[in-house]
Design a protein. Structure first.
Length: 364
C-alpha cells in the first residue's frame, strides 16, 4: 500500500489541479483505499480521512470531496457524508499514481556489520530513510537495494524484507536491515516486545534539573501542526503510549548533553518528549529548538549560538547504540556509533565556551 506521506503529497497536487484539468479525459485512478473499521461510530468522511492522512488538512480533504475525488462504495460523496462500518472509502485522482518502485541507486553506505541475515548501517543526517512525501529517490532503501543488487533473494519492493525500524531524515545513527523474511519477522517481534536496546545522544536546551528522569506521555499528531507530534496525558484515549528515559552526560550551562533510552519507538518521540518538558533539542526547527532559548543577551553570545546552528544545521540527535538478539544464532548483538562530525564539533564548541565561562555552571 502507498505510504500515507506519499498519498498526502499526491492529494495536494490533485486538489490544486482539479478533477477535470485541461487536457484530461475524465478518467479517475484509485490512489488510496481503506475499509471503515467494524467498531467505527458514524463520522464525517472528511474527519475520518483527516485521521488517516496525517499530513493533509481537513480543508484540503474537503476540497478533494468538492472536486469529486472522495468516493464511498464507488460513488463520489460530499465532505459531510457519514461513513459507517464496513464501507470502503477511496481517493480517486485524475492521473495514475506515482511509480514508487524502489530502484537501486549507487549511494554510499556506512555498513557497521553484515552477515547473511541482516546488516546494520550508520545513517548520516540528511538522508531520507524511505521514499515518500516528495522524496521518491536518493533514500537509504535505494542505497541498500544497490548494495544487495546481486542477492537474488532480496527484493527491495518486498515488504517482508528491508528496514525493521526508522529514524528521522535529520537524525543520524544506527539502523538494522533484514535480508530475509525470517530475520525481519524475528527482529520486528523484538521491537514490538520492547526487548531491543536503543540509546540516543541529544543536545537539549537548558540545564536539566536532575541527573536523570523519565518522560511518560502519549504521542499523537499536533492538531495545530500536523507535521509535528504533541504529548498527551498517559492513559488518555489520544495517541499512543510512549516512554523515554534520560540521563545527563555533560552540562554546558545553557544546554545539556543527555542520553535517551527508548521503551517505545513513536514518531518524533524524543523530540516531542523533550519539548514537552521544556528542553527542546538544539537546532530542532520543528519543535522550537532554533530559537535562542537560554543564555545571555549579548551580541557575542547570539553570534556564538547562530554559529552553532550553522555548524550543525539539524536537530542535535544521534542514534548512538543498538542492541538485539540475532534472529538465527540467538546471540546478543550490540553496536555503537561515534558522534558524527557536526554534532561532535558542536559539543566541543559548547565545552570550550563553558571552560571560558565557568560562572554559568548552575544556571537553569
Amino acid at each position: 500500500m502507498m505510504e500515507y506521506d506519499e498519498l498526502d503529497d499526491e492529494l495536494g497536487q490533485g486538489v490544486a489541479t482539479g478533477g477535470d484539468g485541461e487536457g484530461g479525459d475524465g478518467t479517475l485512478y484509485e490512489h488510496f483505499r481503506v475499509e471503515v473499521d467494524r467498531g467505527q461510530a458514524p463520522v464525517r468522511v472528511d474527519r475520518f480521512l483527516a485521521e488517516k492522512l496525517q499530513h493533509s488538512s481537513r480543508n484540503r480533504i474537503q476540497k478533494a470531496a468538492e472536486a469529486g475525488f472522495i468516493h464511498v462504495g464507488g460513488r463520489p460523496v460530499k465532505s459531510n457524508y457519514k461513513v459507517r462500518p464496513g464501507e470502503v472509502v477511496t481517493l480517486m485522482l485524475d492521473r495514475p499514481r506515482y511509480d514508487t518502485t524502489i530502484e537501486p541507486e549507487d549511494i554510499p553506505l556506512d555498513i557497521v556489520y553484515e552477515d547473511a541475515d541482516l546488516m546494520v548501517v550508520n545513517k548520516p543526517a540528511g538522508l531520507v530513510v524511505h521514499p515518500g512525501c516528495g522524496n521518491f529517490s536518493g533514500t537509504l532503501v535505494n542505497a541498500v537495494a544497490w548494495h544487495l543488487r546481486g542477492l537474488d533473494s532480496y527484493d527491495p519492493n518486498d515488504p517482508e524484507v528491508g528496514l525493521v525500524h526508522r529514524i528521522d531524515k535529520d537524525t543520524s545513527g544506527l539502523l538494522v536491515v533484514a535480508k530475509t523474511p525470517e530475520a525481519k519477522t524475528a527482529l520486528g517481534a523484538q521491537f514490538y516486545n520492547k526487548t531491543t536496546h536503543r540509546s540516543y545522544n541529544a543536545l537539549v536546551w537548558g540545564n536539566m534539573a536532575a541527573d536523570s528522569g523519565t518522560v511518560e506521555g502519549n504521542i499523537a499528531r499536533d492538531p495545530r501542526d500536523r507535521l509535528r507530534m504533541a504529548v498527551f496525558p498517559p492513559g488518555s484515549e489520544v495517541g499512543k503510549a510512549a516512554v523515554t528515559h534520560w540521563r545527563v552526560i555533560e552540562r554546558f550551562g545553557y544546554v545539556t548533553l543527555i542520553e535517551c533510552i527508548l521503551e517505545t519507538g513513536r514518531t518524533h518521540q524524543i523530540r516531542a518528549h523533550m519539548k514537552h518538558i521544556g528542553h527542546p533539542l538544539f537546532g530542532d526547527e520543528r519543535y522550537g529548538g532554533t530559537e535562542i532559548l537560554r543564555g545571555e543577551r549579548t551580541g557575542s553570545y547570539r553570534q556564538f549560538v547562530l554559529n552553532g546552528f550553522r555548524l550543525c544545521p539539524r536537530q542535535a540527535l544521534h542514534a548512538r547504540t543498538l542492541g538485539f538478539v540475532h534472529p538465527r544464532t540467538g546471540r546478543q548483538m550490540d553496536f555503537s556509533s561515534d558522534l558524527p562530525d557536526d554534532l561532535r564539533q558542536l559539543i566541543e564548541r559548547w565545552r570550550r565556551y563553558m571552560n571560558a565561562n565557568k560562572d554559568i555552571t548552575n544556571i537553569d
